[in-house]
Write a protein that binds this ligand. Structure first.
Ligand SMILES: Nc1ncnc2c1ncn2[C@@H]1O[C@H](COP(=O)(O)OP(=O)(O)O)[C@@H](O)[C@H]1O
Ligand SMILES: [Mg+2]
Length: 389
């Protein structure tokens, strides 16, 4: 007798600047590998830029989204709904109501509403297992300041920084600028929650501060100003696991511009069909052994301190002359799962995706054993015993 296949919903798209990148991650390698495995029924779930949810079998192919008129095709399609009835179910409303129970969700959404923990909160409420980092680690990782606060408390080195909110800035620019004076130029000014280098400026003099801060506040209401790392070597470390961790290769992206911008990350040097992170990189990074050890040690501490599970990627900034390693940020959904990197460690796309599903079930079963509810007398006794006859 054959084992019934599990139904995996791969959720992608979403209201995010990285909407299109998410479509690529979902297909290469996730859906592609799940289909090859033959072990799963794959339900592609696409969230459009307006937040509407859709699902139809042809969305399992990337070609659906490569068609420039796919938005018109979507407009003719029925939106789906969700049912939280003892797990998660997709529903196609209408006369011919269709209900599809989901065994596990594979989130493939980058940036806002996906990687920031929002989707994970929804899945947690639905009590359905899901792949990758949970709500709490995603929410911390999405905020560059919270990440710094958490990892530095664990002794992980971070670049000196200050932060302020839009309210503080508008109320007292002078005080905010004074706080910035504790840092030495050049500086980076960043919106705290965004990715893909959007709204980030590198400034060399105090004269440039106000404009850079205003640009960042255009995208966010919390802004971070940090010291630039000179003689920069950037590396990144993919990590997989719940409690027992497995490390990918330390990778050094070889970008050309002053700093890694959206174009460098996703467009320039893009080879056909190679996923969301196909720019030229050095794998493994050609850095000293001592630096490699620090990258792994700080990566491990960061992953654990944030409570990551499943998969994540930790980005580092290294001062190349003084040889100092700093943690920069944490990505809870590496573009295309960084499958090109895992391949170099002998982990195929198929092995990667199935391992992540196993880890998701493992975490889910562990969570089911926790006690959340306690018997209480409070309702019976509130306001005295008057309600009792
Ligand atoms: N403190 C810094 N020193 C030197 N370069 C930096 C610094 N902070 C950011 N950068 C450059 O800017 C890029 C984008 O910044 P990052 O903090 O990674 O934001 P994003 O979330 O947009 O990826 C980095 O990849 C790096 O090239
Ligand atoms: Mg980055």
């Amino acid at each position: 007798m054959s084992i019934p296949k599990k139904t995996v919903a791969v959720i992608f798209g979403g209201k995010s600047a990285e909407h299109d990148v998410s479509i690529i991650t979902a297909h290469i390698p996730i859906i592609e590998s799940l289909l090859v495995s033959g072990q799963f029924e794959v339900m592609p779930v696409y969230i459009a830029k307006d937040g509407s949810w859709y699902s139809e079998p042809s969305m399992n192919s990337l070609s659906y989204f490569k068609d420039p008129s796919y938005a018109e095709r979507l407009a003719r399609q029925k939106k789906i709904g969700l049912l939280f009835d003892n797990g998660l179910k997709l529903i196609w409303p209408g006369l011919r109501l269709r209900v599809q129970p989901i065994d596990i969700v594979f989130p493939a959404m980058h940036g806002t509403f996906g990687e920031d923990g929002s989707l994970m909160g929804l899945l947690r409420m639905a009590n359905v297992p899901y792949v990758g980092c949970d709500l709490f680690s995603c929410a911390v990782a999405m905020d560059k300041v919270l990440t710094k606060q958490v990892v530095s408390a664990e002794g992980v080195p971070i670049v000196p920084y200050v932060w302020f909110t839009k309210f503080h800035w508008q109320e007292d620019k002078k005080r905010c600028a004074q706080a910035v004076e504790s840092l030495s130029y050049p500086l980076f000014v960043k919106p705290v929650h965004l990715g893909s280098s959007i709204g980030i400026s590198k400034i060399k003099t105090p004269k440039e501060l106000e404009n850079a801060v205003e640009v960042a506040f255009h995208y966010d209401n919390k802004v971070l100003v940090e010291q630039a790392v000179e003689n920069l070597i950037e590396v990144t470390l993919p990590i997989m696991g719940n409690d027992i961790l497995q490390f990918g290769q330390i990778e050094r992206p070889m970008n050309k511009s002053d700093f890694f911008d959206f174009n460098d990350k996703y467009i320039s040097g893009n080879q056909k069909g190679s996923g969301a992170n196909s720019q030229y990189s050095e794998i493994p990074a050609n850095i000293e052994e001592r630096l490699k050890e620090q990258v792994v040690a700080f990566g491990k501490k960061t992953y654990t301190a944030l409570g990551c599970s499943g998969i994540a990627r930790i980005d580092f900034l290294i001062e190349g002359v003084q040889k100092k390693v700093y943690v920069n940020e944490v990505n809870t959904l590496p573009g295309s799962l960084y499958h090109h990197n895992w391949k170099k460690s002998g982990v195929s796309g198929l092995a990667l995706v199935t391992k992540l599903i196993d880890l998701a079930f493992e975490r889910f079963s562990a969570e089911q054993t926790a006690t959340f509810a306690f018997p209480s007398d409070i309702l019976r006794t509130i306001g005295g015993n008057k309600t009792q006859k």
